[in-house]
Design a protein around this ligand. Structure first.
Ligand code: ATP
Ligand code: MG
Length: 293
């Protein structure tokens, strides 16, 4: 466990930006009045402890210990092949679809306390609870509506409820105004940036606890990228976000915390401002100043 991320109320607040601190502190007072224990347990959404991950004989993650604060955006940065996507994919158990993969350690989700990678967790349920958005938009060959409705239909939502929930998720993904008159058209008639927001809407419709983004804008132009970044920033009201990115400016713009990985290890996790202005590790400094990677 990383001591600075063993969140007592004091050090947690110190790690936030000034604007978030204000919001957090007023929110925390209300929560504390209601239930001090519940407030305490809500501050971390997920805690990774002694996580090792193997593809056959290749160890891709080495003793990772870190916590993901609730309703915050944590960016994961690091050179190609350092294990960023591997770490993200542990959260939704997608590795289980491939043979000879092996997890060791724990990823605890709060407030339930379930170990995401433990035998008690159902990988299919974990995939519902952890929405994932990939580098390339992976809209299904269906209409805009049916893409957003996909997870809801699987859960048996029908009729008016379905329409309302589709609209809500398209609004949350900042796409509704652009597609409300095109719901029956193929998703493939949308632009790349719109398709990516449709994938975010599809993930949101399942009411996930966390959203995992793996380089979500690397195939998009700057305007579409700006829209997705704005969206990610606002989504933290609803969910806890992890974003893998190669773009340092993006990490600086959208995240509250940044984690630097190197050769399968976590080198540093810090509030984003600190990471970019005064990193704790020499390796981090060398990476963000472009000396390698
Ligand atoms: N299916 C696989 N089988 C064996 N090794 C793999 C597999 N997928 C990834 N690896 C290895 O695991 C390590 C971490 O890969 P990962 O894809 O997590 O890196 P990454 O940090 O996401 O890189 P990038 O920035 O290029 O996306 C690499 O050494 C990679 O070669
Ligand atoms: Mg990757």
């Amino acid at each position: 466990m990383i001591p600075s991320l063993t969140l007592t109320s004091g050090n947690y607040v110190q790690m936030m930006s000034a604007s978030d601190q204000g919001r957090f502190q007023s929110g925390a007072r209300v929560a504390a009045a209601e239930d001090a224990n519940a407030a305490e347990s809500h501050r971390i959404k997920a805690e990774v402890e002694s996580l090792n991950f193997f593809y056959g004989n290749v160890q891709a993650l080495k003793n990772i210990n870190m916590a993901f604060p609730a309703h915050q955006v944590t960016a994961i940065i690091g050179p190609s092949g350092c294990g960023k996507s591997t770490l993200l994919r542990c959260f939704n158990r997608i590795h289980d679809l491939y043979p000879e993969t092996r997890y060791e350690g724990r990823i605890t989700l709060f407030p339930s306390g379930i170990n995401v990678i433990g035998p008690e967790a159902d990988p299919i349920e974990m995939r519902m609870r952890m929405g994932m958005v990939f580098q390339k938009p992976n809209a299904f060959p269906k209409s805009v509506f049916e893409n957003a409705a996909f997870g809801l239909r699987l859960r048996g939502v029908r009729g008016k409820d379905l329409e309302e929930q589709v609209e809500r998720s398209l609004r949350s993904a900042a796409l509704w105004d652009e597609v409300k008159d095109r719901l029956r058209e193929s998703a493939y008639t949308l632009s790349g940036g719109q398709q990516q927001r449709l994938c975010i809407a599809r993930a949101l419709a399942s009411e996930p606890e966390m959203l995992l983004f793996d380089e979500p804008t690397s195939a998009l132009d700057p305007i579409a990228t700006a829209k997705i970044e704005e969206l990610i920033f606002s989504l933290k009201r609803e969910v806890t976000v992890i974003i893998v990115t190669h773009n340092m400016q993006q990490a600086a713009r959208v995240s509250n915390f940044s984690a630097f990985m190197y050769l399968g290890e976590l080198i540093e996790i810090s509030p984003t401002e600190k990471m970019f202005e005064n990193p704790s590790s020499k390796l981090t400094e060398e990476y963000i100043t472009g000396h390698f990677g």
